[in-house]
Write a protein that binds this ligand. Structure first.
Ligand code: HEM
Length: 187
């Protein structure tokens, strides 16, 4: 009987560990349940859905800031996309929870548009120019400045990177590989 309880406890521990990636700026093999690679940029996206939370990570090479975004559909270029930018400020990595209002041009901080930073946990690291970013967030934050992630439904995912650590400065042109969409992205 004791053996059975021990075995059950162990099994629970293992599935718990597999379900919840460690948000520590390092992504181990098999840490996330899902992964997708964008060949042109070399970006690898990782995610695990656990109950009402999403754990997301990505690796991407860039001299400056890196960012991801998602939306249900594209209506007017990138207008309406949820946006996360990760950059370096005063020697620290910072995550900016943003929203893209305009079809082109820069996103705005959620906190400046009536929303808030809904990211629960965040960590990043850099190995040379190779970023590793991890964060967690409720799938549906209920805020107008966030786009709810609906697992199993095709969405549009986007990524971008800049050559400077200043989110006031744009990524490279999308026509030159500095920003891209991944259509039919299913979380
Ligand atoms: C997570 C961050 C960001 C992502 C994922 C992203 C993604 C994109 C994408 C996919 C496009 C192509 C739009 C289209 O033609 O349909 C685009 C365009 C553009 N973005 Fe961003 N963007 C981000 C942040 C920014 C920031 C911070 C700025 C400015 C400070 C900016 C400025 C622009 C401009 C000027 C264009 C139009 C020129 C072009 O297509 O290259 N973006 N962005």
């Amino acid at each position: 009987m004791i053996k059975l309880i021990t075995a059950t406890a162990f099994a629970l521990l293992v599935s718990f560990a597999a379900a919840q990636p460690a948000i520590d700026g390092a992504i181990a093999d098999g840490e996330y349940a899902n992964t997708a690679t964008h060949d042109d940029s070399g970006m690898v996206v990782y995610w695990t859905i656990d109950d009402d939370m999403i754990y997301m990570g990505f690796t991407l090479e860039a001299r400056g800031w890196v960012g991801v975004g998602w939306a249900d559909e594209m209506t007017n270029r990138k207008a309406g996309f949820d946006v996360i930018i990760v950059t370096e400020e005063d020697g620290e990595y910072v995550l900016l929870d943003m929203f893209q209002e305009s079809a082109r041009g820069e996103p705005v901080l959620d906190s400046e548009e009536g929303g808030s930073n809904t990211v629960v946990d965040f960590a990043a690291s850099r190995d040379g120019d190779l970023w590793t970013v991890e964060f967690s967030r409720p799938l549906d934050t209920g805020e107008d400045t966030d786009v709810a992630i609906t697992p199993g439904t095709p969405m549009i995912f986007m990524g971008a990177y800049a050559n400077v650590m200043d989110p006031g400065r744009a990524h490279g042109r999308s026509t030159q590989g500095g920003a891209w969409y991944i259509e039919d992205f299913i979380f």
